[in-house]
Design a protein around this ligand. Sequence first.
Ligand code: NZQ
Ligand code: ZN
Length: 406
Amino acid sequence: MNNFTFYSPTEFCFGRGREQEAGELCVKYGARRVMIVYGGGSVVRSGLLDRVKASLDAVSIPYIEMGGVRPNPTDPKVYEGLALARSFKPDFMLAVGGGSVIDTAKTIAAGYHYEGDFWDFFIGKAKVGNCLPVGVVLTIPAAGSEGSGNAVITNEKTLQKLGIRQPMLLRPKFSIMNPELTMTLPEWQTASGISDMMAHILERYLSNTPDVQIGDRMAEGILLAIMEEAPKVIANPNDYEARANIMWCGTIAHNDTCSLGRQEDWNSHAMEHEISAEYDVTHGAGLAVIFPAFLLYMSDVHPHKVAQLAMRVLDVQPNLPSDADIHNPSTWPLDEQKRVAKEGALRLKSWFHDVLHMPVTFAQLGVPNPDLELLNQRLHQNKGAVMPGYFPLDAETTMQIYKLAL
Ligand code: NZQ
Ligand code: ZN
């Protein structure tokens, strides 16, 4: 296991009615003036925004609000938020919504004290140094931003969708998580969120660092829990227990507990970010298209971890010689690693399609003729000629993966 530092100071307040505590929690973390950020209106329609504002009124905290953050959030909204913040002078950001809202709030928080252009953080020109604290009332389990030290923003002009990762500064102070708030989600958003959280686990699972059993077993356990609970929330959106399980899985999938002490692979995410930047598709749906293609490719060139996933999570049985170590697929005959891995990749693809009703090809995603040359070119402009990870990817290999997703 590699050395690691794990700093995860977020207070998670989970369960029914917890949004009523938003005001008290802001006070607890030092807020005296709050800027609320929200999305396209779901929190207005559900009455959540009014309840959050009432809880701030109850503790006499003045606030200003900015709505209208759209999915795949873009830089103009961040600039708008920064201008509003600089006139109102909040000392605390409160995000009420999903990953897009939280990431916009985090980015405003990061840019508030910075004299240059906040985009500098995203292109590696500057590091976030001083950041307003952020609190969250989560409405969709998906991106995991409620527990992560990340934010992802798209530059509308260059169509670069890039992230920043600074857990020391960007993890929220608190995250309120009431599973009941997720019952109004359309099936598409529920399912896209589930695809995204599964991808977050898999990006951490696909690691070459040996002997991190805790990471593997946690990842496998969370994947199994998601695959057990997902059909329940799809069948009955009001199933509180299933919603609760999915919601907490989404946080643990992305707060780094599964990746501590080992190399990670974020290449599927990078490949998907190019798709959602160019075609504005839902991030999790894009991952349901890319991830099976990525696993299929890996089944051929670097199968051992995919084979382990296939055996332990997707119930594929290996046929092994009697002296083989079933727990260690890298010791299996290579052909059997490949067979098991490939079968697992195909089973996962079917599961996304049949259980989550997710698209699993570009055409099903609503992009029948993707400009793969453009996506691939931007991918390597943003991520370098060779993307390191579970298996190093150059432009030729990423093109093959994109093609497998057609
Ligand atoms: O905007 P409103 O009206 O609120 O509607 C939203 C939006 O249309 C709707 N929604 C959310 N909660 C709802 C609801 N509708 C009904 N009832 C509710 N309770 O759902 C839609 C999607 O919301 P969004 O915030 O975009 O979803 P998500 O949480 O999936 O966030 C996606 C963004 O996060 C980024 C993605 O790339 C994408 O831009 N990511 C952020 C990460 C991070 N910060 O750590 C990591 C992820 O890998 C990801 O890249
Ligand atoms: Zn994601």
